[in-house]
Design a protein around this ligand. Structure first.
Ligand code: ATR
Length: 291
């Protein structure tokens, strides 16, 4: 945190409901401090009924930018002046920058995921086959970003059929060259496909607090297949413990959280934060608080 707030200090922040759990203030303030920038990043709890009012207020107060988290990522769009191609593609905004009087909505979640997949697992999406667990907001951003990055095949496995079918259909429409299909998130449907995918990606909340997918048998994955869990609390989710038990390369979602934060920082400031600083900050905090 910038300790010397003056009349010139610029404000960044995050809107969400709830927002207390967010780790963004921690890593963003550390990156701002290390970069010597006269900016402070603060949390703004914004009830869904007051979103329009809040964005008008942020605009009037002249904040430099803000992150947007659940449940406002899509709802915020009508109150912005422009979207980047990434935000347009995902139909969701997680980062807003003020340019003069204009608010520009961007989405750095996909950038963060692709960066983490490359840095943490050495994954290059071109021509790859991916099995995505879940079909909610996080899955949508992930699937569309992976399609844009050149995967050849996406299988969306979801507990309920409609969101999975809609996401697979959206991916096929936007990316006709990608083979996209939906299946049910159960072992009978998943089993025959496990041996065909290069990456298994969990976008659901399963894994938080140590919950797990019943009966998911990772021994059926190829030995070179990778496993990525967007969940990062606990750092070692049951899915990752299982992947390690089978000798598979795997990573949790901490790299994605840091990656989206780094891309947001660059979108606001035009600067690149110190490599590894945000992830180190997050790791340190989670290790200290879950020990
Ligand atoms: P987010 O924005 O984090 O993706 P979301 O849009 O509410 O959150 O989506 C949550 C996703 O996790 C959905 O795919 C949901 O499955 P349903 O569409 O069937 O509800 C999935 N999910 C949540 N809890 C789950 C559980 N216990 N088992 C399997 N899938 C689960």
């Amino acid at each position: 945190m910038n300790n010397t707030i003056s009349g010139k200090t610029g404000i960044l922040g995050i809107i969400g409901w709830p927002v207390e759990h967010s780790l963004s203030p921690l890593m963003q303030n550390e990156a701002l401090r290390q970069a010597g920038l006269d900016l402070a990043y603060v949390p703004f709890p914004v009830h869904p009924d007051r979103l329009a009012e809040a964005v008008r207020g942020l605009r009037a107060l002249g904040v430099c930018g803000f992150n947007v988290t659940v449940p406002h990522k899509s709802a915020v769009i009508p109150y912005l002046d422009e979207l980047t191609p990434e935000a347009e593609l995902c139909g969701a905004v997680n980062t807003v920058r003020r340019d003069g009087d204009r608010l520009i909505g961007h989405n750095t979640d996909g950038i963060g995921l692709l960066r983490s997949l490359a840095d943490d697992l050495g994954f290059d999406p071109a021509g790859r086959s991916v099995l995505v667990l879940g079909a909610g907001g996080a899955a949508r951003g992930a699937v569309l970003s992976l399609c844009a990055a050149g995967v050849s095949r996406v299988i969306v496995a979801n507990r309920t059929s409609r969101p999975g079918a809609e996401l697979a259909s959206l991916a096929s429409t936007r990316f006709p060259r990608v083979e996209a299909r939906a299946i049910s998130l159960d072992m009978v449907s998943i089993k025959p496909l496990l041996g065909q995918v290069d990456l298994l990606l969990n976008t659901t909340s399963v894994g938080m607090g140590g919950t797990s997918f019943a009966g998911l048998d990772l021994s059926l994955l190829r030995s070179a297949a990778l496993v990525y869990d967007m969940v990062y609390a606990p750092l070692q989710t049951p899915l990752l413990v299982e992947a390690k038990r089978h000798g598979l390369c795997c990573a949790n979602g901490l790299g994605m959280l840091a990656g989206q934060g780094e891309a947001a920082f660059s979108f606001w400031t035009g600067r690149i934060p110190l490599p590894g600083l945000m992830k180190g900050c997050l790791n340190g905090y989670i290790e200290a608080t879950t020990a």
